[in-house]
Design a protein around this ligand. Structure first.
Ligand SMILES: Cc1ncc(COP(=O)(O)O)c(C=O)c1O
Length: 557
């Protein structure tokens, strides 16, 4: 019995009738979207014309007409046409992303976006043309994070080679737990991670890709605990004689607190170490807190040193912190999720990473400063073997020890996940394209652009109040000053006012859609802007645009 017939029985319609009603449904959905395009979107989209123009006729075809449900030459052709249609949409998005005259976003509130796009899951499947409309509409409302005027987040840009790698990785759809099913990608991981450790100066150790910097930081906490209290793996917290304490700066990423909470330490046992005026951990305070904790019977076991803080981009002093860790036998982790890319720069590395070879572990996210597509986060250990020792569960259904190849390449038993996404191909391909020197150039260039931005802002002190004078990274922290506050002397009240202006200006920015910059409060400072340049597309002209657009949108606030 054919598939059509079985479905037709359950729906009470014959195959033709059912298909007719399905088509009718999807035509109506398209008509609805098309009329929305005319009224609420900039530009409209007529899928039939779009497909006709590209000679991609997939009218009345459904998932049953393409691989893997169907087979044979007709399905090969229909599959290709459907995918070409999707590629056309992707190329269109890429072109729009790189169009400086086009918008960064088209903001809609949640209540509006649910009217503009059909998010519902239908009882009966929709045809391929409707899926093309869905794909196009989804990208239509997506913020273009690769646009040169997107300065909002640490991860930005759209590296085309890395994207090609991601497309390929998705097509290969390999789970990264064993060499058996991902031989090529496992060897890529091996090669890239070895190279990264070489950059760090730790050829011996071990590394793994994790789903994000937060998870990488959590790895560091659990491995530090395992190092000191290996019985914890079997016996849990009762094997540890006193309360464990970890230390991280006030400005460090919140994932350190998250890790303390998740692994059972508790937030009370994650100490916030004060920072200096430039946002760097104060080592003398660290020493004092550790000594106090020790004298109170606590067990200091882990210090996180941030290399590139999230808001200010500050680098904690590694050597001074490493001295304290060595003195007290404490694990030193470096969270270089953000700043790690600067390890590739001979110019910027020495002042920021002196002492990196002394750390026990390090987080480094290529998906941030280096522009690798999300996600690509790496975690490195100076000691070999401890990652596996801490995490192995010896699941023999997957990690059989008598396989016919070297099972040390089955990385899945070293991690806290089971399956792992292939995050390496896009990074490996990107590194092949640029070479190590290309990454160095990229790092130096974005740092140079940051200096340009600082120069331009210093030339307009009446419009831009710089909060951190000499940024160590590509984070620029500032208030935009509207006309009415330009002659007012700086005070607590003015600062509060500037904080309100910041939120209001951001809202205007989002509605206008031409620019995105993030904002936040920090310590005693109310909301201020933090612009980021990690997009290779960014140029001096884009920085000029940013500053002009802020002034255009905010002058009367
Ligand atoms: C310094 C730092 N560490 C860790 C993280 C967390 O990384 P992820 O977002 O990949 O979990 C961030 C994210 O912004 C960060 O800035």
């Amino acid at each position: 019995m054919g598939r059509e017939r079985r479905i037709s029985n359950s729906s009470g319609l014959g195959p033709e009738g059912r298909r007719g009603s399905q088509l009718q449904g999807s035509r109506e959905a398209r008509a609805r979207l098309s009329s929305m395009s005319k009224s609420t979107m900039r530009g409209s989209f007529d899928v039939s014309t779009f497909l006709d123009e590209k000679d991609l006729n997939i009218e009345a075809k459904t998932f049953r007409d393409i691989f893997p449900v169907a087979s044979g030459p007709d399905s090969e052709e229909t599959t290709s046409k459907f995918l070409y249609a999707i590629v056309e949409i992707l190329l269109d998005f890429i072109n729009q992303t790189n169009d400086r005259d086009g918008p960064v976003l088209d903001f809609h509130h949640p209540s509006q976006i649910t009217k503009a796009m059909d998010f519902t899951l239908p009882e009966q499947g929709l045809d391929l043309e409707q899926l093309v409309v869905d794909c196009r509409t989804a990208l239509r409302y997506q913020v273009k994070t690769g646009h040169p005027h997107f300065f909002n987040q640490l991860s930005q840009g759209l590296d085309i080679v890395s994207m090609a790698g991601e497309w390929l990785a998705a097509t290969a759809n390999a789970n990264m737990f064993t060499y058996e099913i991902a031989p090529v990608f496992i060897m890529m991981e091996h090669t890239v991670l070895l190279k990264m450790r070489e950059v760090l100066g730790w050829e011996e150790g071990d590394s793994i890709l994790a789903p994000g910097g937060s998870i990488s930081n959590m790895y560091a906490v659990i491995i530090a605990r395992h190092k000191q209290f290996p019985k914890h793996k079997q016996q849990g917290m009762r094997s540890i004689p006193a309360q464990l304490i970890c230390y991280t700066s006030k400005h460090s990423h919140y994932s350190l607190k998250g890790a303390a909470s998740t692994v059972g330490l508790g937030l009370d046992n994650c100490r916030e170490v004060p920072v200096d005026s430039r946002g760097r951990m104060d080592p003398s305070s660290l020493r004092k807190i550790i000594e106090e904790d020790k004298s109170n019977g606590f067990l200091p076991f882990f210090v996180n040193c941030t290399a590139g803080t999230t808001v200010i981009g500050a680098f904690d002093p590694i050597n001074a912190i490493a001295d304290i860790c060595e003195e007290h036998g404490i694990w030193l982790h470096i969270d270089a999720a953000w700043g790690g890319g600067l390890l590739m720069s001979k110019t910027h590395r020495p002042a920021r990473f002196a002492g990196v070879e002394r750390a026990n572990s390090l987080t480094w996210n290529p998906h941030k400063l280096m522009g690798t597509l999300l996600q690509c986060s790496t975690f490195h250990l100076r000691e070999k073997g401890i990652l596996a020792d801490c995490n192995t569960m010896e699941a023999r259904y997957l990690f059989q020890q008598d396989k016919h190849y070297d099972v040390s390449y089955d990385t899945g038993d070293k991690v806290i996940q089971c399956g792992r996404h292939n995050d390496i191909f896009k990074f490996w391909l990107q590194w092949r394209a640029k070479g190590t020197s290309g990454f160095e150039f990229q790092m130096d260039r974005i740092m140079e652009l940051t200096q340009y931005q600082m120069r331009r802002m210093r030339e307009m002190p009446e419009k831009f109040y710089i909060i951190v004078d000499d940024p160590e990274m590509v984070n620029v922290c500032f208030w935009y000053v509207p006309e009415r506050l330009r002659e007012v002397e700086h005070s607590q009240e003015r600062m509060q006012d500037l904080g309100k202006v910041t939120a209001e200006l951001k809202s205007r920015m989002m509605y206008a859609g031409n620019l995105m910059i993030g904002y936040q409060p920090l310590d005693d400072k109310p909301n201020f802007f933090r612009s980021i340049i990690s997009n290779q597309a960014c140029s001096e002209e884009d920085i000029d645009f940013m500053l002009e657009e802020l002034d255009r949108l905010g002058i009367d606030l």
